[in-house]
Design a protein around this ligand. Structure first.
Ligand code: GLA
Length: 376
């Protein structure tokens, strides 16, 4: 099964946009292997839009890799990536042209899937720009899914239709393994907060086999790169909260910062074993909410994990310092049971004691706390 747990890796779009090439892909593969990212679970290296020539080959009809960006062709890049123990990902689009106006796969789905298989691709992100009105969204994703299944290679399908057509209700049935449910992320707090909030009610559709993808992480970008938007970037506290949200809701962890230049704070955050364990829990359950105040900006979520464990997320998305209360009764542990919760700070690994009856937690603006918990 390709996506038993949320896929993890790196995608070029957030930082590099159209500035991709053979060399930066190889350097990124090196960084993933050497900095412990692959060992932490980040195995897919995905090349997003802008990798091909502007036109298909007039004779074969195939998409052709850009001769300047990828002078050795795509198979050579893929071989290098595989040589590092990583998996290789490509990008195309359901329309006639991609979002950045390169050839799309409409009416060439089977030929392109075959081409990606020849490259040795293990992953395909499939976008939704410039689609003809003659075909509806679900049919276009069925087509590429069937084409991949006919390609002779096992290729993970990462659908990217930004939540159109109530995607969460049908995308699993057509064979995709993850699905973008929102518009594009930008490297600032409001962008990821709004993306997250828009999906709170839809996460229950996400489960092993097919996960809700709320976009590539901006963690560690510090406003450098293609999706810097207003150039604000995020603070380390905000990146910590972004990562915690993705992990708590079993979202695919696709890194978007320049991994060749990743700093120690970011590396430590994205390789945190406890957070990754929460994201990758094999049961993939959606959390339930136990506290909601300040217009819904201050919340507590409880995620039931395997092995009789829980993850607790105390979240302050508001712009003010805020207090939240986890009342054990509200999560199904009445006082009369005589039970409490033994908690460990997920970020530091430190024992944080036992909660009896309730826990009060103060949080700075945009901050969060995450605990692993057991009933004792
Ligand atoms: C769309 C997608 C992005 C990225 C770009 C590439 O906007 O949502 O994630 O793939 O296209 O052009």
């Amino acid at each position: 099964m390709l996506s038993k747990t949320p896929p993890m890796g790196f995608n070029t779009w957030n930082t590099f946009g159209e500035n991709i090439n053979d060399r930066m892909i190889r350097e990124t593969a090196d960084a993933m292997a050497e900095k412990g990212l692959l060992a932490a679970g980040y195995k897919y290296l995905v090349i997003d839009d802008c990798w091909s020539e502007r036109q298909r080959d007039p004779v074969t009809g195939k998409i052709v890799p850009d001769r300047i960006k990828f002078p050795n062709g795509m198979r050579a890049v893929s071989d290098y990536v595989h040589g590092k123990g990583l998996k290789f990902g490509m990008y195309s689009c359901a329309g006639t042209r991609t979002c950045a106006n390169y050839p799309g796969s409409f009416d060439h789905e089977f030929l392109d899937a075959q081409t990606f298989a020849e490259y040795g691709a293990d992953f395909l992100k499939y976008d939704f720009c410039n689609r003809p009105s003659t075909c509806n969204g679900p049919l276009l994703y069925k087509r590429i899914s069937m084409a991949l299944k006919a390609s002779g290679r096992e290729i993970l399908l990462s659908a990217c239709n930004w939540g159109s057509d109530e995607v969460q209700t049908w995308i699993r049935s057509v064979g995709a393994h993850m699905y973008r449910s929102t518009g594009d992320i930008f490297d600032n707090f409001v962008s990821y907060r709004d993306i997250f909030m828009s999906q709170i009610d839809k996460f229950p559709y996400s489960a092993p086999g097919c996960f809700n993808d709320i976009d590539m992480l901006t963690v560690g970008m510090y406003s450098k790169g293609n999706v810097s938007g207003d150039g604000q970037g995020c603070s380390d506290v905000e990146y910590k909260t972004e990562f915690a949200l993705w992990c708590m809701f079993s979202v695919p962890l696709m890194l978007g910062c320049d991994l060749r230049a990743i700093n120690d704070t970011t590396l430590k955050l994205v390789t945190n074993k406890n957070l990754i364990r929460i994201d990758q829990d094999e049961e993939g359950r959606p959390p339930f909410c136990c506290f909601k105040e300040h217009g819904g900006m201050s919340r507590i979520f409880v995620k039931v994990l395997s092995d009789n464990e829980f993850a607790l997320l105390f979240l302050n998305l508001s712009d003010n310092r805020a207090r939240s209360f986890l009342i054990l009764e509200d999560m199904g542990i009445p006082v009369a049971s005589g039970k409490g919760l033994q908690i460990t700070d997920a970020f530091t690994g430190e024992d944080a004691g036992v909660i009896r009856e309730y826990k009060e937690q103060w949080l700075e603006p945009h901050d969060c706390a995450v605990y692993l918990a057991k009933i004792v």
